[in-house]
Design a protein around this ligand. Structure first.
Ligand SMILES: C[S@@+](CC[C@H](N)C(=O)[O-])C[C@H]1O[C@@H](n2cnc3c(N)ncnc32)[C@H](O)[C@@H]1O
Length: 297
């Protein structure tokens, strides 16, 4: 039996995302948090990325009934597992990487592990430390794979990137202590949810134009058919009495897919990662809820 305090932040430090992630929801938190259901049971985040909303809920003590975080990206899930289960060993490895934080040759040497035989045999902790190191030193913190599934974001040339924030990693490790972590497609959430649970879907954006959005987090793009599958799942979960909240870009496709859900609104969000730097700026983001949102008093 899990103690009541297992999922509360108590008097401890604030847990923050330990990985920079394209589409991270830090800036949208005020809009998301005011749309949360007043009460919910277990929390599920099937496109976890940097887990901004999970950390918010943890810090607010709102995860008493547990949480499941999942993502299609296996290297990302290894990072969460390493932080949860082996944080001290991970910190040691990150401190070793940190010595070389400004060395582009070292970056390339670590980056090419996944092009070499034996990558799969490396330990989970080594792979997790590699992903965090690359995330902290590559251009824009962009997790990008080529079509062979190899990491190919270029070196970021940061002067003094923080590779190992040991205090935050330890706090995050505590936050993850009783969290279930799964690798896989978002559809699998259907096997895990119960009525009264809360699911937050934050899929790769439906592109607002052919060059505007980044959808290659996993080596496979997330296309219109995936967005349709997701809209179908949204409706299925709603019918099962699950609280569902979803954010996406506001496009003709997403407008059409969620047209029949009354609880939706658009908010302005700034996009950081864009192929064309001139097009960075505010875009409309759609937030859809499967339940009636309580007005703020
Ligand atoms: C917009 S990001 C999520 C950002 C996250 N909410 C945050 O605050 O950082 C989308 C995530 O979806 C994941 N993803 C892509 N295709 C997926 C799929 N079919 N099933 C589950 N996750 C997927 C990507 O690996 C990426 O981490």
């Amino acid at each position: 039996m899990m103690s009541q305090s297992s999922f509360t932040a108590e008097a401890q430090a604030t847990a923050r995302p330990f990985i920079k992630w394209a589409g991270g929801k830090g800036q949208l938190l005020p809009e998301l948090s005011r749309r949360l259901p007043r009460r919910f049971r277990r929390y599920h985040e099937p496109f976890v990325g940097g887990a901004a909303l999970f950390f918010y809920l943890y810090n607010e003590g709102l995860l008493q009934q547990g949480a499941v975080l999942s993502d299609y990206n296996p290297e990302l899930i290894l990072c969460y597992q390493a932080v949860r289960d082996n944080v001290e060993q991970l910190i040691e490895l990150l401190q070793e990487h940190a010595i070389h934080r400004s060395d582009s040759d070292y970056f390339l040497q670590i980056r090419k592990w996944d092009r070499q035989p034996g990558f799969e045999q490396r330990s989970d902790i080594e792979r997790a430390a590699r992903t965090i190191f690359l995330n902290r030193t590559c251009y824009n913190g962009l997790y990008r794979l080529n079509n062979k599934g190899q990491f190919n974001a270029p070196f970021g040339y940061y002067k003094n990137p923080l590779i190992c924030d040991a205090d935050n990693l330890r706090t995050v490790s505590k936050a993850l202590e009783h969290v279930e972590l799964c690798e896989g497609d978002f559809w699998e959430v259907l096997e895990r949810v119960q009525p009264g649970d809360l699911v937050y879907f934050d899929p790769p954006y439906d592109p607002v134009s052919s060059t505007a959005s980044f959808t290659h987090y996993t080596g496979q793009s997330f296309g219109p058919d995936d967005h349709r599958r997701l809209a179908e799942l949204f409706t299925t979960l709603k019918q099962r009495g699950v609280y569902v909240m979803l954010s996406n870009s506001h496009t003709p496709l997403t407008r059409e897919l969620y047209a029949h859900h009354p609880e939706k609104s658009t908010v302005l969000a700034s996009r950081k990662i864009n192929c064309d730097g001139r097009k960075r700026g505010s875009v409309e983001e759609l937030i859809v809820c499967s339940y009636q949102v309580e007005p703020v008093v």
